[in-house]
Design a protein around this ligand. Structure first.
Ligand code: FMN
Length: 349
């Protein structure tokens, strides 16, 4: 029996299945001010109806200066709340949990003036080191956006700590060269995300889900395991494990059938007691079942697979064939605008 259909408790809430839709930005579906131009309630509602246990709404900016692209959903103003209310209702109607991923892109932010843990030249612009008042503003913006997420009726938020964005830049020794309390050593580098977690918990209460997109930085895993345990102690409810900065040297045992990124999830899972989601390249239900049944993870994150097939989980449970994602190169065509994904085109024909 596959564990895909087993419910799982996250904080005080229960996800109806072990499949999670990780954050997946659809570019060109938003205007410059953080408002949707294409209905997200329909997009996420379909995946919720398709059996997905937990939906993580795509990377959403906590401030205009932290946007990762010119057009990205925002939650820096109360005016953004209604679009998330609609998403929450659509997912809850289908019995799925729904959280929003909150991001500050740091040196990868859109715009001419960018800031990070340390100064660095990036793509024709000079990134400056964040001063303490800017760090405090990031914390404030994370808290305010989380309060708005709660007002919108979402079950929680996911802090984006992976993929080389701001918090990844702080936790990685490759990009954090600070000599103050937010740098110097591992405890300094992880101080900012831990403070953000504390302040969000204080502001949103005990039963609000706080997830963390955990970017593994250290090929030996030593630093990451330490940090994962600190996040657990700080009250994080879900670790959604993916890539950080400087993980290239990770070696996957020969007996392990999945990717380097999926393996990172297994290692973190083996070292904490909160739910862990593992991701990457899970195209077929048999793969998800293998990961869960072999106790490699608590939750399987299916990204592009769920863009290709909103009914992925229901089909998995009914032993039906899923629309297998083509994993388009050089990048997912759904992410570009949602129109040129081969599976979307097939339906139009
Ligand atoms: C179109 C697209 C958009 C993405 N957007 C985000 C995002 O907003 N936040 C994030 O943490 N990861 C993002 N990712 C990474 C996915 O969450 C996921 O980790 C990745 O696609 C690997 O999973 P998969 O092999 O199941 O697709 C994105 C990936 C794609 C293809």
């Amino acid at each position: 029996m596959s564990k895909i259909s087993d419910p799982i408790k996250i904080n005080t809430k229960t996800a109806k299945s072990r499949i999670l839709m990780p954050a997946l930005v659809c570019f060109n579906w938003t205007d410059e001010n953080g408002f949707e131009t294409v209905s997200r309630s329909e997009h996420y509602g379909k995946r919720a109806a398709g059996g997905t246990g937990t939906i993580v709404v795509e990377a959403t900016a906590i401030s205009p200066t932290g946007k990762l692209a010119e057009k990205e959903l925002g939650l820096w103003s109360d005016d953004h709340i209604p679009q998330f209310e609609k998403i929450a209702k659509a997912c809850h109607k289908e019995g799925s949990l729904v959280v929003v991923q909150l991001v500050h892109a740091g040196m990868q932010a859109f715009g001419d003036k960018v800031f990070s843990a340390s100064a660095k030249d990036v793509k024709n612009k000079k990134c400056e080191e964040m001063r303490l008042e800017q760090i405090n503003k990031v914390i404030e913006d994370y808290v305010s956006a989380s309060i708005r997420a709660k007002k919108a009726g979402l079950d929680g938020i996911e802090i984006h700590g992976a993929h080389g964005y701001l918090l990844s830049q702080f936790t990685s020794k490759v990009t954090n060269k600070r000599n103050d309390e937010y740098g110097k050593d591992l405890d300094g580098r992880i101080k900012l995300p831990l403070e953000i977690v504390d302040k969000i918990r204080e502001a949103t209460g005990d039963d609000f889900i706080i997830g963390y997109r955990f970017g593994v930085n250290d090929p030996s895993f030593e630093e990451d395991i330490y940090f994962a345990k600190k996040l657990e102690s700080a009250g994080v409810d879900l670790l959604d494990v993916s890539a950080g900065i400087g993980y290239d040297g990770i070696e996957v045992p020969e007996t392990y059938n999945f990717s380097k990124i999926t393996y990172m999830g297994k290692v973190i899972h083996d070292n904490v007691n909160i739910p862990v989601a593992s991701v990457y390249g899970i195209r077929y239900p048999e793969q998800a079942a293998e990961l869960l049944n072999d106790n490699n993870t608590d939750i399987v994150a299916v990204g592009r697979g769920l863009l290709a097939d909103p009914e992925w989980t229901n089909k998995a449970l009914n032993n039906e064939k899923v629309n297998a994602c083509y994993y388009c190169e050089p990048w997912c065509k759904y992410g570009k605008d949602g129109n040129t994904c081969p599976w979307v085109l097939k339906k139009i024909k």
